[in-house]
Ligand binder design. Structure first.
Ligand code: DC
Length: 228
């Protein structure tokens, strides 16, 4: 049987990762967080003293990076040159670095095979910004997940606080708006919905409600596909 591919795109804080993780668990497939790969490259850039206004200085250093994705107790771990960075890639400043490196064509090309490889070997739900458009253009189901700016910023604040990285709502909201605009308007793989993506507004308050609604959208789409 061929592998299932579910692509989830959308801006930060729309709930992509928490919903995708839960869908993966419910369907017995693997959750792939591609933002973690860009965050890892962003972490490397910062560690080399590269500044946000001169991200292209990273290009000649890409040969020094080895990235490996491993699943440990069903959790995705990203290793940078043999080291598992864990939650260090979640820092607010690293979000800006990730957005910066993700606009560099050489970085996107560098991370392409890693993403495709995982999807070729496993049934996946993969989230990011260009999954339905570039990485898995033939995915069985494509979802574009959105929510209002306020709901998204509140989610990010909560998520960071839970990870012991408190940031103010105002700072998160301002950074998020800037980062989304940067991601959407870049020349390469802009963060936009694939023409055949199903739009799903996740402004739900209750997680279970959102999860059940998303699961039924996915299951309906898979059934429709198997009939066609
Ligand atoms: O999903 P995230 O917030 O962890 O992603 C971090 C940054 O990486 C985000 O600003 C956009 C970028 N990104 C991307 O360009 N393409 C992806 N497939 C995933 C993330």
């Amino acid at each position: 049987m061929s592998h299932i591919q579910i692509a989830i795109d959308g801006p930060s804080g729309a709930g992509k990762s928490s919903l995708s993780k839960a869908v993966a668990k419910a369907m017995g497939i693997i959750y792939v967080d591609t933002g973690a790969l860009y965050r890892t490259v962003g972490y490397f850039a910062r560690s080399r003293g590269i500044t946000l206004d001169d991200m292209s200085a990273l290009v000649p250093l890409l040969g020094e990076i080895t990235i490996e994705v491993r699943y440990e107790n069903e959790v995705q771990c990203v290793y940078l040159n043999g080291e598992n960075l864990g939650d260090r890639i979640r820092e607010n400043e690293i979000s800006m670095y990730a957005s910066g490196v993700s606009a560099i064509p050489e970085v996107r090309a560098f991370l392409l095979d890693t993403q495709k490889d995982i999807a070729n070997k496993n049934s996946v739900i993969m989230d990011g910004r260009d999954i339905g458009t570039v990485i898995l253009p033939n995915a069985d189901v494509k979802i574009f997940l959105t929510a209002s700016n306020e709901v998204r910023a509140r989610r990010r604040v909560k998520e960071l606080a839970e990870k012991g990285m408190p940031v103010s709502y105002e700072e998160v909201l301002a950074d998020m708006i800037q980062r989304d605009e940067q991601d959407r308007s870049r020349d390469i793989a802009p963060a936009i919905a694939a023409p055949d993506a199903i739009h799903f507004d996740n402004s739900y308050e209750g997680f279970d409600e959102a999860l059940n609604a998303l699961l039924s959208v996915i299951q309906n789409a898979l059934q429709k596909e198997s009939r066609s």
